[in-house]
Design a protein around this ligand. Structure first.
Ligand SMILES: Cc1cc2nc3c(=O)[nH]c(=O)nc-3n(C[C@H](O)[C@H](O)[C@H](O)COP(=O)(O)O)c2cc1C
Length: 364
């Protein structure tokens, strides 16, 4: 069950990747998650979404969203935008100054600000316009360009749902839309089949991923409702997509990469040779504690103390929903006056066993 079609390049051989998430997919989280990637596996790595209006003047090394570590490879930063000059300058800087291996265009962001500027999910309301944004990106890029999409409106027949779609059948709409992106030069697409109105709640409609797989040969990443390595496998098998992408659950349980690797016959991650991936509530709860301490350490290396604490608190609020007594952890992190206090509070809390479950209701 390896990659069927090439995503990014021939070296990418692992069909599970992390999702772009504002406030979460920063260098510290990527480094922490990467520690659980099997030693012989290569996948792609996103950034948080980056605004192309700001990128041309950004100090990449000092801006938290564009910080990167030298050992990071296969980085595919995500841009938000629709203006040729800003997109062109952003893309060139990301490739030549920052080392992007690919460029991803956001066509899924449902927030009002993105809709007002006519980018994010607004681009899904007009296939020709979306294709022009891909064209202007490809024209300025020497690396592959991809697009992250949301679902076509559901149920079919809903008109102008926050800018996405029309009243066509969802699969037909997506097919027509993706064909235009392909003609414009997109190398692959990622589909998160929740509508703009659903935001990140409710069920992701995997049948739209399957529908797209059956109608186009463009490499395809599926996203949404993956909480375990078994879910990742089910998505690949049931939809036929080439790679699965997980956001919140992979941030919370990064060893899902290791577990998934075991299923596929990959070796253990570096430094974990000869060991099996944690499984079950007790082992996974303990691993959460270790991963969080590692995240605190990386955040300390890259961010100011205040920013590191803010980012860790956000991480803990988002991911502690899988933990028994997750609220105690949120409390410990909220109360800490500095990073050392946060670290010792976390250490103390995880001295006793804390159970972690595999499934939770995702609300955020
Ligand atoms: C806090 C947060 C921030 C997000 N920011 C972005 C973003 O910047 N760009 C994007 O394409 N999707 C963004 N998303 C959506 C995720 O990439 C993903 O599509 C969504 O969370 C569904 O996957 P999941 O259920 O595995 O989390 C964000 C999601 C979360 C939870």
């Amino acid at each position: 069950m390896g990659l069927r079609r090439t995503i990014l390049n021939e070296q990418v051989n692992f069909p599970l990747c992390l999702a772009p998430m504002v406030g979460l997919t920063h260098v510290a989280l990527r480094l922490m998650v990467r520690e659980y990637l099997p030693i012989d596996a290569k996948t792609i790595w996103p950034t948080e979404m980056l605004n192309s209006r700001r990128l041309p003047n950004e100090d990449f090394a000092r801006t938290p969203e564009t910080m990167r570590a030298p050992q990071e490879e296969n980085l595919v930063p995500q841009i938000l935008g629709n203006e040729e000059k800003a997109v062109g300058e952003s893309v060139k800087r990301l490739i030549y100054e920052w080392g992007a291996s690919g460029i991803d265009i956001n066509m899924g962001c449902p927030v009002q600000k993105a809709l007002k500027h006519n980018y994010g999910v607004a681009l899904m309301g007009d296939a020709d316009y979306a294709a022009r944004v891909v064209e202007m990106t490809v024209k300025n890029s020497t690396v592959p360009v991809s697009v992250k999409l949301r679902a076509a409106p559901q149920p079919a027949g809903v008109r102008n749902l926050q800018g996405a779609g029309g009243d066509e059948d969802s699969n037909a709409y997506l097919y027509r839309f993706v064909m235009k992106l392909k003609e414009a030069g997109a190398s692959w697409v990622c589909l998160h089949p929740r509508t703009a109105v659903q935001k990140r709640r409710g069920t992701a409609d995997w049948s739209q991923i399957k529908g797209l797989r059956e109608t186009t040969d463009l490499p395809l990443i599926g996203n949404g409702d993956i909480q375990t390595d078994e879910d990742a496998q089910n998505m690949l098998v049931q939809t036929g997509c080439d790679m699965a992408m997980a956001g919140r659950a992979l941030a919370a349980r990064p060893w899902m990469l290791w577990q998934f690797g075991e299923r596929l016959g990959f070796a253990a991650p570096r430094g974990k040779e000869g060991r099996c991936a944690p499984r079950g509530p007790i082992e996974e709860g303990a691993e959460y504690g270790r991963a969080l301490l590692q995240l605190i350490d990386y955040s300390d290396q890259y961010f100011s103390e205040e920013l590191a604490m803010r980012k860790i608190r956000f991480y803990v609020r988002t991911t502690s929903v899988w933990l028994d007594f997750g609220q105690s952890l949120v409390g410990v992190c909220a109360k800490a006056k500095n990073l050392r206090e946060m670290e010792s509070g976390v250490r103390a809390l995880f001295e006793a066993p804390i159970e972690m479950c595999s499934y939770t209701e995702l609300r955020q």
